[in-house]
Design a protein around this ligand. Structure first.
Ligand SMILES: *Cc1c(COP(=O)(O)O)cnc(C)c1O
Length: 422
């Protein structure tokens, strides 16, 4: 459920008409609904009610400071994957005690940064990383709370680029080797073992892979406890999928996911962490763009937009589907016709949709990509020297620009010409 609806034929974000935002900030722009973000966070809270838990929002999905502050103020922790994301969490007012540090390639500087803010936990992905964390913590006169990310060798049944829980993926250590690695961790002076971490992938549309993975984690918890480790926290990762089309997709609901958590690990007396990203932010955002030209090709209609693959890369990168809605609803009785929806970038990959049923649209019309709140703005680039798209947050009948569009001058000012060029 989201808060993007037509009123009198005009698409609104909560109580704000999208053309109003377009007039104020220009196109393209991202717009997020604070009510939807809040609702999605609360849905997870309800799903885990009665269990000791912390929802650590995976901020790589959407790390705008306003989004982080909104979720942090609701009580969310943050799952971060870089020193930059640690700084963002802090800038949004989230204390180190609610920040979990994931990622396969933490640098020494990032490890020290995390220790200096009293990070809640490192999710450790390899033995060399474990040794490095111990060394750095010892040198800093402290110890690092850690969970080891285990790879349960479960097929998440999702797109290959975002599946992470099979043995051929680069993530975590094989679950079969976990007892050995925990034994090693227990001997390291700078390490405090507190739990187990698992994350099997993103955009999961079935619960069975979770059930399989969490069952393996429950077994491992018992094994490790029997070996004397104080396993008191389980981080179950993120990855719950969202519907990208309104009609034919029904990914599992957070409530049912919560039931799987309860059923598999609920009786272990562990604190539960989860790291949802996409489900919180994905359907809380739209990318709004203007039709620049309508080009009638040989039996094809092209809608050429002012948004491009650099602004929303998911279709080019993951063959992702995004519903595209006309901001002004077509009059009743007008039949949609197929259109290829493309951007201005000089690559055929800059195609958002092919043969998509769209109403007749003229140049100047606005369209909105649904489900663009996660892995949208954060993956944008300046390819083709297109300035990053601005971001807007709506609350009721009010909107704020939460990241302004940089000017061309600002974009150019980051480059310098060496003095030897005169
Ligand atoms: C990407 C990621 C997440 C979030 O995944 P979503 O599909 O956005 O929920 C959580 N944890 C880790 C370790 C990740 O890499």
């Amino acid at each position: 459920m989201d808060h993007f609806t037509y009123r009198n034929g005009i698409l609104h974000a909560e109580d704000v008409a999208l053309p109003e935002i377009a007039a104020a900030v220009g196109t393209p722009f991202y717009v997020y609904s604070s009510a939807t973000l809040t609702r999605h966070y609360r849905v997870f809270e309800e799903a885990l009610a009665g269990m000791d838990h912390l929802i650590c929002y995976a901020m790589k999905a959407n790390s705008n400071l306003a989004v982080l502050k909104l979720l942090g103020d609701l009580g969310a922790g943050m799952d971060v994957v870089s020193g930059g994301e640690i700084a963002r969490a802090q800038a949004a007012g989230v204390p180190g005690s609610r920040i979990v540090f994931s990622g396969v390639g933490k640098t020494r500087a990032e490890i020290a940064q995390a220790l200096s803010i009293g990070i809640r936990q490192f999710n450790v992905e390899s033995e060399p990383e474990l040794e490095a964390i111990s060394e750095i913590a010892t040198a800093m006169g402290t110890s690092a709370p850690i969970a080891i990310r285990v790879n349960p060798d479960v097929d998440a049944k999702t797109h290959a680029k975002i599946a992470t829980g099979k043995s051929e993926n680069k993530f975590g250590i094989p679950i079969t080797r976990a007892p050995e690695v925990y034994a090693r961790a227990a001997t390291l002076p700078g390490i405090e073992v507190i739990g187990i971490d698992v994350h099997i992938g993103s955009q999961l549309t079935e619960l069975a892979p979770y059930e399989a993975a969490f069952t393996k984690v429950a077994d491992l918890t018992r094994t490790l406890r029997a070996a004397g480790h104080d396993i008191r926290r389980l981080d179950l990762g993120g990855g719950l999928g969202i519907p990208y089309t309104r009609t034919n997709e029904a990914p599992p609901l957070p409530f049912d996911y919560g039931e799987v958590v309860r059923r598999t690990v609920g009786d272990l007396g562990c604190q539960i962490e989860i790291e949802p990203g996409r489900l919180i932010a994905g359907n809380a955002g739209l990318l709004v763009s203007e039709v620049l030209y309508v080009k009638e090709g040989e039996g094809r209609r092209f809608l050429i937009l002012d948004a491009a693959m650099n602004d929303l890369i998911r279709p080019a990168m993951y063959d992702a589907h995004h519903d595209v809605l006309p901001v002004v609803e077509a009059a009743p009785g007008i039949a949609p016709e197929p259109a290829d929806i493309v951007g201005p970038v000089c690559e055929s990959g800059d195609t958002f949709a092919k043969g998509r049923a769209m109403p007749p649209l003229a140049a100047g019309a606005l369209v909105a990509f649904r489900s663009a709140g996660a892995y949208g703005a954060v993956m944008a680039s300046e390819y083709n020297s297109r300035p990053l798209v601005p971001e807007v947050l709506v609350r009721n009948d009010h909107f704020d620009v939460v990241r302004a569009r940089p000017s061309i001058e600002e974009m150019l000012s980051r480059d310098t010409i060496p003095s030897w060029m005169g």
